[in-house]
Ligand binder design. Sequence first.
Ligand SMILES: Cc1cc2nc3c(=O)[nH]c(=O)nc-3n(C[C@H](O)[C@H](O)[C@H](O)COP(=O)(O)OP(=O)(O)OC[C@H]3O[C@@H](n4cnc5c(N)ncnc54)[C@H](O)[C@@H]3O)c2cc1C
Length: 416
Amino acid sequence: MSQQPSHIVIGAGISGLSAAHYAARGGQTVHVLEADARPGGCMHTHSFPALGGYWVEAGSHSCFNSYGNLLGIMEQLGILERATAKAKQSYKLWRGGRRKSIVSALHPFELLRSLPKLFGADKTGASVREYYGTGLGAKNYRDLFGPAFRSVICQPPDDFPAEALFRKKPRRKDVLRSFTMPEGLGEIPRAIAETPGVQLTTNAIATAIERDADGYAVTCADGTRHRADWLTLAVAPDVAATLLTDAAAEAAAIVAGIGMAEIDSQLLVLDKADLGVDALAGFISVDGEFLSAVSRDFLTHPQLRGFAFHFPGDRLDEQARIAAACRALDAQPERVRAAACVRNRLPALRKGHGDQVTALDRALAGGRLGLTGNWFLGVSIEDCVTRSRSEHERRFGALPETTSYTPATAASPEPR
Ligand SMILES: Cc1cc2nc3c(=O)[nH]c(=O)nc-3n(C[C@H](O)[C@H](O)[C@H](O)COP(=O)(O)OP(=O)(O)OC[C@H]3O[C@@H](n4cnc5c(N)ncnc54)[C@H](O)[C@@H]3O)c2cc1C
């Protein structure tokens, strides 16, 4: 992009890329600055060249037919037809150093007694523990659902806002219920980064933002300076708080209170013959060293199986993480064919988060600065894209509906 862009986006995760896509489709020239060497953020498919390009999802692994805004973008880019069905597998529990079935942790009578309370209850302002502990029963929450929610958000779930964990979204019946892509979900951010009108610069760490009469100037760690009339931040709240200190002090002060959960995602690949477990979706860990694990068994390979084990950040070294994963998989660490570790970060939202977002939106109202991310509506990919869309519409007006379908009335309980 030789001339000055009209819009700068900081962060090339799905939030920033969807914001860039909407802006470019509206006729703007958009420059996306990404700190990492690749786009996608938590939508990261890790490929192992030494294993013929066999890949494992290091972060998000599933998209759903309830992701209407994401599906609309995929349709515009002509990649929706690449959506690929995932083979249906079950999760296992990892408890007391043993694999167990999910139903083994269920207290069915308590569930039956409690469920009517769930249907009548209002999530607004409630924490996950308050809402689901009552609606599913205290023992069910302790033994099964609490650990399952911890697996979903990779952090203790008790104080997380119930509204941000699961949101109802209409389903598209013409799209696979749950899908991946032939080369993994990382295909999606890569395709969005190629939207005409979007220029992506990787290894560009934004370090400072200044406001001038008509817009914003962004300085990067390598000393480069970029200027545009419009600016969208699509980074974690701690990064946004630092970057906005001078340019938008009120917004920065609100955002500064939002914490982050650090996650070490340990990827490993083994030969099928070296594993003692049958195909599975992954593990919900009740008391293990890892928080959760997701397998790649949803797309079978003739010889290999891959896994991502998610651990609390900075707790164990790689050798200890691989040993813990191999215990759950009934495999020998020395038989691991390939391994890699990826750092993921997710927001640690707390009860009352909705009020923070309302205050933030008030501070942003009428301005040229937009904020998007997985810390507004919830952490799912669709929550990110929905926020990017609403930030676009706040500043540039309503977008035309992109899909020709009629939303189904069925509501999706998917968290992601
Ligand atoms: C293990 C895991 C599994 C998940 N599974 C699913 C799933 O199956 N389905 C689902 O819907 N969701 C899932 N999610 C959630 C979802 O993937 C994320 O919430 C979403 O991808 C976050 O996108 P984002 O763009 O808001 O943030 P990120 O992906 O974190 O992107 C932020 C980007 O900003 C960049 N950045 C940071 N600082 C700077 C700076 N100073 N200058 C420039 N760039 C900067 C970062 O490098 C990063 O690329 C999962 C998340 C995790 C961690």
